[in-house]
Design a binder for this molecule. Structure first.
Ligand code: GDP
Ligand code: MG
Length: 443
């Protein structure tokens, strides 16, 4: 899988390896190669354009990790970019607060909906749940038979609808709902009609199911082999029905990978599972970071990059801790920490490397949501270097200047200064020197 894209990207790597350092010229050539690689992997051209723009911007002004070569730097940026598109972290399937959880699968004919229903039901029993399978296709009531067979193969309950019932679809759906509740089934997995092309009739049918059943998840099932078709139809389903997530099927084939990237990028919906075979155990929870690495296909280089990142983080954390202990921790350092937190919640990284993390619990209690971090950063940016070094000199006049410069209210400037000084006090109180001697050295 993704072999072609991987080998193309490796060519970029090889090309850059021959170059001593990154210049505008060889970067342009590298970007051209990456662009071609993505296009040939069937990534949607608009998505490619965005990716290339972002890679260019990052390559031009990124923080350099000393231990990486220019080629490795570029690979790191590409990996970060792929990961950002695919999602930074796993998004588990949503279960309803009040059972039953209803999972509705939509997609074009042949994409793997019916098969995925069976796979999901089997997966749910693994979580000690009691799933119920149903198929809802007004045009082809016989479409039920396939799912019914799958259900009996898996020894799982199947809800059959008669042709008469289907003639009054609203009532049929309501009955299905109360049956599910009364029998304590959870989740209810709903297979829906698929066509070769999207039409208004199908969309109306799906909207009806959505309105009555109110699914916790509307999952788009996309065939990774079909490339651009899957992207276009995903977009149409997103616009007309509204999706919550994606299952990408047939990743066991020689898919070029473009569909995966484009579907998430175009719909903004996370991939939650991938299908890797016809059998019902071939359903895998999707790990975005692993997928990015798989696409890049450069295992050893990637782990080298990860190690370099980790060491840089540990070094930084140690440096910060030392400064805190010696009372040299300035607002500059605080800003660095905020950036780190934004990047990867690295305060917790720091805590991980300290044996008595308990003492530091209070720091994370300093509530830091993303917006606040941005605001605090803006405020610190508006200070002079001297103010950052010694915040005690920040008087009322300086405060209002900083407030104007950063576009944040004065009370927020005060809040920042207060939190900063409290954090320092807290750090001084805890017996720092002792802790420091027990910090594991970075290798
Ligand atoms: N290799 C492979 N085949 C799959 C996968 N998922 C579904 N299929 C096959 O794709 C075909 C269409 O699947 P089906 O579930 O009937 O699609 P539907 O029309 O969307 O319901 C069947 O032959 C399935 O066995 C998968 O992850 N890998
Ligand atoms: Mg089907």
């Amino acid at each position: 899988m993704f072999d072609q894209l991987s080998s193309r990207l490796q060519k970029v790597m090889k090309y850059l390896r021959g170059e001593g350092k990154i210049t505008e010229k060889n970067m342009a050539e590298a970007l051209r190669m990456i662009r071609l690689a993505l296009l040939e992997a069937d990534v949607n051209y608009r998505v490619v354009k965005d990716i290339i723009e972002r890679i260019r911007a990052k390559a031009l002004n990124q923080e350099v990790l000393d231990s990486l070569t220019p080629a490795q730097q570029v690979i790191k940026i590409v990996r970060d970019e792929l990961t950002a598109i695919l999602g930074e972290e796993e998004k588990p399937l949503r279960f309803a607060g009040q059972p039953p959880t209803i999972l509705m699968l939509v997609g074009l004919q042949g994409s793997g909906k019916t098969t995925s229903c069976g796979k999901l039901a089997r997966w749910a029993t693994g979580l000690h749940k009691n799933p119920l399978l149903v198929s809802f296709d007004l045009k082809r009531p016989a479409a039920q038979d396939q799912l019914k067979m799958i259900a009996s193969q898996l020894h799982l309950p199947f809800y059959e609808m008669s042709r008469e019932e289907m003639n009054v679809p609203e009532r049929a759906l309501k009955e299905l709902l109360s049956f599910t509740k009364n029998r304590g089934h959870d989740p209810l997995i709903v297979d829906t009609a698929g066509r070769l092309h999207i039409d208004e009739e199908l969309m109306a049918e799906l909207r009806l199911v959505k309105d009555i059943l109110q699914p916790a998840e509307i999952i788009y099932v996309g065939d990774s082999m079909t490339g651009q078709d899957a992207v276009r139809s995903a977009q149409a389903f997103e616009e007309k029905i509204g999706l919550t997530s994606v299952i990408l099927t047939k990743l066991d084939g020689d898919a070029r990978g473009g569909a995966a990237l484009s579907i998430v990028s175009v719909t903004g919906r996370p991939i939650k599972f991938v299908g890797t075979g016809e059998k019902f155990d071939k359903l895998e929870v999707f790990h975005p970071d692993r997928m990015a690495s798989r696409i890049l296909g450069m295992g050893d280089i990637l782990s080298l990059i990860e190690k370099a990142e980790e060491e840089a983080d540990i070094k930084e954390a140690e440096e910060m801790t030392r400064k805190l202990a010696k009372d040299e921790f300035s607002l500059d350092d605080f800003r660095k920490q905020l950036r780190q937190i934004k990047k990867m919640g690295s305060l917790s990284q720091l805590l991980k490397h300290l044996p008595s993390g308990g003492i530091f619990k209070n720091i994370s209690a300093v509530e830091m949501d993303d917006r606040k971090i941005l605001h605090f950063e803006a405020i610190i940016n508006s200070m002079t270097p001297r103010e950052r070094e010694d915040p005690r000199i920040i008087d009322g006049r300086r405060r209002s200047r900083i407030s104007r410069g950063s576009g944040r209210p004065v009370y927020e400037v005060n809040q920042l200064l207060k939190q900063f000084s409290e954090m320092k006090k807290m750090m001084k109180k805890s017996n720092f020197k002792k802790i420091l001697t027990t910090i594991p050295r970075s290798r």
